[in-house]
Design a protein around this ligand. Structure first.
Ligand code: FPP
Length: 257
């Protein structure tokens, strides 16, 4: 049985989910939106919103782990976010660097696996090296441990294109046969290979769209939107999202028996 760090030492079992009641989704994905507005409303620079947003991520990841969520995937930087000012992009990258530097120190202790989705090619060599380091640590951790996936220079369409390119290359090499391609095999080429699709996708910040997030994986995800801005999103808000998910009638295109 996996060991679980409860802060006061190790216990043989992870804590039972106490809140919320019922089935907790195994994989929750979040579009962390509203950081800029949160800061502007306080007369602060947009970068202050991202800083607060990074703290919210930390807090929500800890809560997810404690209530028994297995995977948390967050949209940290999209393929379109390069259009923002150089200063804002640099601030987001600096926050990610700080988070990764801390993570390499604490992942093993806290049993947190960390993985990246997205095309890392244009990311700074320093950040890429840190991401590689976290991947290596993740490899040593148990598959039962909680995993956070950070989407960095990520776009759903780009992810599908990269999968197609890789598949075409494998076909050209004779490793794969194009006529054998099915949904399961295609999933193997995505950044999310081996990770179940998210049951629940949450978007704070008031907008009701996916914005190029997990386009393949969201086919049957339940969507939850809230006006709360990401830096204000807390455990109670996540409980509300999960309670809403638990009331959904998930039929996957079938009919209720
Ligand atoms: C969207 O809000 C948020 C982003 C584009 C950046 C998210 C990045 C972080 C929270 C920091 C790093 C993350 C980790 C995982 C440590 P917005 O700026 O579009 O908000 P707005 O719609 O109010 O302008």
């Amino acid at each position: 049985m996996a060991e679980w760090n409860n802060g006061a030492g190790r216990t043989a079992e992870p804590p039972r989910p106490s809140r919320p009641d019922g089935t907790v989704p195994g994989h929750i994905a979040i579009i962390m939106d509203g950081n800029g507005r949160w800061a502007t409303r306080r007369g602060l620079p947009r970068t202050a919103g991202h800083k607060a947003g990074a703290e919210t991520f930390r807090r929500i990841a800890t809560y997810c782990k404690n209530i028994g969520v297995k995977y948390l995937t967050v949209y940290a930087f999209s393929t379109e976010n390069w259009k923002r000012s150089e200063m804002e992009v640099a601030a987001i990258m600096a926050l990610l660097k700080r988070y990764l530097l801390e993570a390499v120190e604490t992942m093993e202790r806290d049993h947190i696996r960390l993985h990246f989705f997205g095309d890392m090619t244009p990311i700074s060599p320093e950040l890429r090296a840190l991401a590689r380091e976290t991947d290596e640590i993740t490899e040593h951790l148990s598959k039962d441990d909680f995993q956070a996936n950070v989407c960095l220079n990520y776009g759903g369409r780009n992810e599908i294109l990269r999968a197609v390119w890789q598949f075409a290359e494998d076909c050209a090499k004779g490793i794969r046969d194009p006529w054998d391609m099915d949904e399961e095999e295609f999933s193997f080429y995505l950044d999310s290979r081996g990770i179940p699709d998210p049951e629940l996708i949450i978007r704070p910040g008031g907008e009701q769209r996916l914005s190029n997030f997990l386009l393949w994986q969201s086919a049957y995800s339940e969507l939850y939107f809230t006006d709360t801005l990401w830096p204000d999103f807390d455990e109670a808000e996540l409980d509300r999202a999960i309670a809403s998910y638990q009331k959904r009638d998930r039929r996957f295109g079938g009919v209720k028996k």
